[in-house]
Design a protein around this ligand. Structure first.
Ligand code: BGC
Length: 440
């Protein structure tokens, strides 16, 4: 049996990612809380992982003891600016404490300024649909970055603006004010403008800052060579994957309904944040007008996750990195999310090993990947899917708040500590893919 280690460069960031509404608990003043009370989600966030109550400390300990040298978390706008005219200094202090907590544990912080949740007051005025969201977001970003800049230089303005706009305004699984494709595109354009304003504001406050956003990139294949399958594949692919990057590259957002000039967005990223989970096949479907007549599915025989939400397709991560590198030459890449829902931890060990192997391949092609953030540290509230999906390296008993270590937590810890993936690790945690990862 071969013995080998896939090593990573010194200084590579190994972390996990979380988001405020998913872990804090009692976020009663945002649109998701309302959406939950109105019965649109599978369960309610409730106390979540009780990070607002202070359990971030024990979870940061778990991360640090597990060899992680970085953590990505988001701040909750509705806590920092509970009404349009008030700021909550205690909330900012809470985040300063978390950042001090990371520093004390020797971990690099990455702060996301917007991860799907909006203050209720903003939601009630259909905030992202209107132009003045740009100055509102900038004001919030300035206040927050001023308060936290002592402890953080790595900023993510928006998490998955493409997912936020499409899930809410087109598909309807996320809360959204006025639905429809036209509105979704307006929202995305406003998110680009808001991102660009935030990018400049952050650099003004902190010249050494590294600022970007995180894109949910989804490779897609057409079901067949039929022109209809190819057409809907291209429409869906472009709608999800291309609008944001096109504007960052050229100042023109390519949308399903035509080009929109957003010149201020050009060049507003210091790194590319890649969230990668899986790959889709797209088939023409006359019954899906809202999804531009396309059904997405995983091909038969795919290695499917516990709730069939994700197909384990590690090569897709390599392809996504390659795409990111070609689309944004000379831009460092961070894998800002990657993970799988798997309460019993049957697939996760191989998912982790196989995906990290693809990151290693990319690094060895000299693709500028600088870090990997696994989604997620502890099971957390999965949006409309509530508690039915478990993405944590650590399990969570929602009733008792007890954390239960999964084998994947140990595997990931070994990878982080070794700064590499070894044949022994694969043999120990996921022997079923040994021959794939270490062929003789
Ligand atoms: C989101 C996370 C979410 C994860 C798994 C990502 O698209 O950014 O908030 O928990 O998917 O569903």
């Amino acid at each position: 049996m071969p013995q080998a280690t896939y090593h990573f460069p010194r200084g590579f960031l190994w972390g996990t990612a979380t988001a405020s509404h998913q872990v804090e608990g009692n976020n009663t003043n945002n649109q998701w809380w309302k959406f939950e009370q109105d019965g649109h989600t599978d369960g309610k966030s409730g106390l979540a992982c009780d990070w607002w109550g202070g359990r971030w400390k024990e979870d940061f300990d778990r991360a640090a003891e597990g060899g992680q040298n970085a953590h990505r978390f988001s701040v909750e706008w509705s806590r920092i600016q509970p009404t349009p005219d008030t700021w909550d200094e205690n909330a900012l202090e809470h985040y300063r404490n978390m950042l001090r907590g990371l520093r004390e544990r020797g971990m690099t912080a990455m702060v996301t300024l917007h991860h799907f949740s909006d203050p209720l007051w903003l939601y009630e005025m259909c905030g992202w649909e209107h132009d003045d969201i740009v100055s509102m977001f900038e004001k919030f970003v300035r206040k927050t970055v001023e308060a936290l800049k002592e402890y953080c230089t790595l900023w993510c303005t928006l998490n998955e603006p493409n997912g936020y706009a499409l899930n809410g305004y087109v598909i309807g699984t996320f809360p959204a004010c006025n639905k429809g494709l036209r509105t979704a595109i307006r929202v995305e354009a406003n998110m680009l403008r808001a991102h660009a304003a935030a990018y400049r504001a952050i650099h003004e406050i902190q010249p050494e800052a590294r600022v970007g956003y995180a894109l949910h990139y989804r490779p897609m294949a057409a079901h067949s060579k039929s022109p209809l399958d190819i057409l809907v594949r291209n429409l869906q692919y472009n709608a999800l994957n291309i609008s944001f990057p096109s504007a960052i590259n050229t100042g023109v957002m390519k949308s399903t309904l035509g080009n929109i000039r957003i010149p201020e967005a050009k060049g507003t990223q210091d790194y590319f944040g890649l969230n990668y989970y899986s790959v889709d096949t797209v088939k023409f479907d006359i019954t899906k007008p809202r999804e531009v007549f396309g059904t997405r599915y995983f091909p038969e025989g795919s290695d499917l996750s516990a709730t069939k939400y994700i197909a384990n397709i590690p090569e897709g991560l390599f392809d996504s990195i390659k795409w990111a590198m070609r689309t944004h030459p000379d831009t460092p890449i961070l894998i800002t999310e990657n993970g799988v829902e798997d309460a019993e931890d049957k697939m996760r060990p191989r998912y982790i090993a196989q995906h990290i192997h693809q990151v290693w391949r990319a690094v060895n092609f000299n693709f500028p990947v600088k870090g990997y953030f696994h989604w997620s540290l502890v099971d957390n509230f999965e949006w409309e899917r509530g508690w039915t999906q478990r993405f944590g390296l650590w399990g969570l008993d929602v009733e008792t708040q007890k954390r239960i270590k999964r084998p994947s937590a140990d595997l990931y810890a070994e990878i982080c500590k070794e700064n590499g993936l070894s044949s022994e690790m694969v043999q120990k945690y996921c022997p079923e893919v040994f021959d794939k990862l270490f062929p003789v």
